[in-house]
Design a protein around this ligand. Structure first.
Ligand code: ADP
Length: 274
């Protein structure tokens, strides 16, 4: 259709504001393809401040791509992505995609952190140092202040006794809990969780999910989660978005999504994972 200003993009999916700031994260008409593989097809959705939104859908449906765009690890082919009213990517009038300036991106990005499937800790640093590294060296926080906060966070994730351990001395579940503490240490506005329990045995996964449940209950950080742990998604999410073939085909509160999925594709997907 005719190009309206990007901020006026019409949403293909129903958008439910969690609170007064319903568009803290905003994707408007975002498309992304790899070669002939159309991963995101004119996708629009937004996430409110403090909202926790789970992305579900078949493998390859573009969920991780969305998180990676928010981390500016990937750029869309077209469309607009903004966080807290600030653009990461937007289109000029002629349809040219513009990436925000480096300093601008650095500022927006400093408020967004991601936890990965493979914990990605710094192997040569002790646990405490893993958590203080970014606050000290990226944010310029005084060392003692950063250490104080890191100890609080490590206690929160149940690792107050492991400050001096190296990652290789910890279980996978413990390593992932360090990664969560590390992500929170920069005091993010947005926490992105990409299949954070997929590499873990069920018991260790449960420890990690318990920690995340606590964090969801006690902080107001905005969360975007990709997970196959459906019970967890149901417990912590305000909304669940079902992706299929580059589109959001269902956007609903978890009870509704899991109890009475409307879309036939959602029904078959949920049957396959629960
Ligand atoms: P999901 O997280 O839903 O499983 P992804 O976002 O990881 O899906 O991937 C979506 C599609 O994009 C997949 O088909 C994947 O193979 C493809 N893809 C992702 N990253 C790249 C890349 N860097 N180069 C080529 N194809 C990619």
């Amino acid at each position: 259709g005719t190009k309206e200003p990007m901020t006026e993009a019409t949403s293909a999916a129903p958008v439910r504001a969690h609170d007064g700031n319903g568009e803290f994260i905003k994707f408007a008409e975002v498309s992304k393809r790899f070669g002939s593989n159309v991963v995101l097809d004119d996708l629009s959705f937004s996430v409110g401040a403090g909202e926790r939104v789970t992305l579900i859908g078949p493998s390859g449906s573009g969920k991780t791509t969305i998180l990676r765009m928010l981390m500016t690890l990937l750029r869309p082919d077209s469309g607009t992505i903004s966080v807290n009213g600030e653009y990461l990517f937007h289109e000029e009038r002629g349809g040219q995609l513009v990436t925000a300036s480096e300093s601008h991106i650095r500022r927006v990005r400093s408020k967004i952190t991601m936890v990965f499937q493979q914990f990605n800790l710094f192997p040569n640093m002790r646990v405490l140092r893993n958590v203080t590294e970014a606050p000290v060296h990226v944010l310029g926080k005084p060392k003692d202040e950063a250490a104080e906060r890191a100890k609080e966070l490590l206690a929160l994730v149940g690792l107050g006794e492991k400050l001096d351990a190296y990652p290789s001395q910890l279980s996978g579940g413990q390593q992932q809990r360090v990664a969560i503490a590390r992500a929170l240490a920069v005091d993010p506005d947005v926490l992105l969780l990409d299949e954070v329990t997929s590499a873990l045995d069920p018991e260790l996964a449960a420890e990690v999910l318990d920690v995340l449940r606590d964090i969801a209950k006690t902080t107001d950080v905005t969360m975007l989660l990709v997970t196959h742990a459906m019970k967890f998604a149901r417990d912590v999410s305000h909304r669940v978005l079902m992706f299929n073939q580059g589109k959001i085909i269902e956007d609903r509160p978890p009870e509704e999504m899991f109890n009475e999925p409307r879309h036939e594709r959602t029904q078959s997907f949920l049957r396959s994972v629960i």
